[in-house]
Design a protein around this ligand. Structure first.
Ligand code: PLP
Length: 374
């Protein structure tokens, strides 16, 4: 029997996350890629992802793509938007801005509405912009992109309400659900999402190495020859996986794929997405109540907050240094995360991954012990 070493600390970050011993054990063997055993695992993963995303499984397919999550976002933008297309990016944080940056690099015809780092998507503004652009066909938006959980702050965007507006405008809807998919129930057919993107190392609780796209079959089928990159050609990757029943075009991250298969099995054992969501909500409740009791304040109001990652203001004390707080918590077994927004002085704590309510209770005790600035 192989020994799985204990982790020195829990990762309370937006990913990579702490993973289970079972997932880490799957990494300890080398696997061949060229026979049916492996390809069947890939096919099983692809089918499970579609099952997790919707009840309308016939309408959707999934494609796995090498690289970190951003590579899959870029694969979608670069492969599905035609040269004549026009993309509207709805941004309220670093990941929305990253989509805009990809659009610039890919030289896509696009426009960005930025709601600010703490501003929710303004539905009236989106509706007005879609309508006014749609009035002249030249400037009509063919695609709209939005981040579900903006990991920068932890804000959960209203993908359902935006989906209705996008659908009304007749555009294709792209959702970066990187840090939410697998951790919150959703049906992408009901949400009218055409392409959803996530990655191995977030709420499914695998390790980093590939991302995946769950997309409408009929829409993806119309994307042949559009890609602006060979490696990130989503259509070609899809065709290769379909025609060769689970084969990747180029070297696939075999260990990561095996670990992901195990992670999907463990998600099922936990009771599926609804049960995992329940655990995350409970983790989050204990976190926020505990931190508030110790005098910390959250950046966002509860109504905008996701149950995945939370931004807290740094304490207003001249003796406080984030670095020192961070090191003390790390020594006690918890890795937290610096803030990522410019408007406020803050830090973040994630509560997804192989992390349980008892862990969050231990964290709160560690925070209480380590308030050296008091
Ligand atoms: C993690 C994450 C990504 C992808 O980041 P990578 O570093 O490329 O894996 C994209 N969008 C959101 C919202 C994320 O949380």
């Amino acid at each position: 029997m192989m020994m799985i070493p204990d982790n020195p600390y829990l990762l309370l970050t937006p990913g990579p996350l702490s993973t289970s011993p079972g997932v880490r054990e799957a990494l300890l063997r080398d696997w061949c890629t060229w026979d049916r055993d492996y390809n069947q695992i890939v096919q099983r993963i692809r089918a499970r992802l579609v099952d997790l995303a919707t009840r309308q499984t016939g309408q959707y397919t999934s494609v796995l793509m090498q690289g970190s999550g951003s590579a899959s976002v870029e694969a979608v933008l670069g492969s599905v938007i035609p040269e004549s297309g026009r993309l509207l990016v709805l941004a309220n944080g670093a990941y929305g801005k990253r989509i805009a940056q990809m659009a610039r690099v890919l030289r896509l015809n696009h426009e960005v509405i930025d709601f600010g780092e703490t501003g929710p998507v303004d539905l009236d503004q989106v509706s007005t912009r879609l309508k006014s652009a749609g009035a002249q066909t030249e400037s009509a938006f063919s695609h709209v992109a939005l981040v579900h959980c903006e990991t920068t702050t932890g804000m959960l965007n209203d993908i359902a309400a935006v989906g209705r507006l996008v659908h009304k405008a007749g555009a294709t809807y792209i959702v970066d659900a990187m840090s939410s998919f697998g951790g919150i129930p959703m049906d992408i057919a009901e949400l009218e999402i055409d392409f959803l993107i996530s990655s191995a190392n977030k709420c499914i609780q695998g390790v980093p190495g590939f991302g995946f796209v769950i997309g409408r079959r009929d829409v993806l089928a119309s994307c042949a020859g559009r890609a602006r990159s060979l490696s990130l050609d989503l259509y070609d990757q899809w065709q290769c996986m379909e025609q060769n029943e689970g084969k990747w075009r180029f070297t696939s991250p075999t260990h990561v794929v095996r670990a992901f298969d195990q992670a999907l099995f463990e998600l099922e054992q936990e009771g599926g997405i609804a049960a995992r969501y329940g655990r995350y909500v409970e983790n989050h409740r204990i976190l926020v109540e505990g931190m508030r009791a110790l005098g910390f304040e959250t950046l966002l109001p509860d109504a905008l907050q996701s149950p995945f990652i939370t931004t807290f203001y740094n304490p207003e004390s001249e003796h406080y240094r984030f670095e020192e707080f961070y090191q003390k918590l790390k020594a006690d077994g918890f890795v937290i995360y610096p803030g990522k927004i410019s408007q406020a002085d803050c830090f973040r704590i994630g509560n997804i991954g192989h992390v349980f309510p008892a862990d969050i209770e231990r964290l709160i005790s560690a925070v209480e012990r380590n308030r050296y600035w008091l």
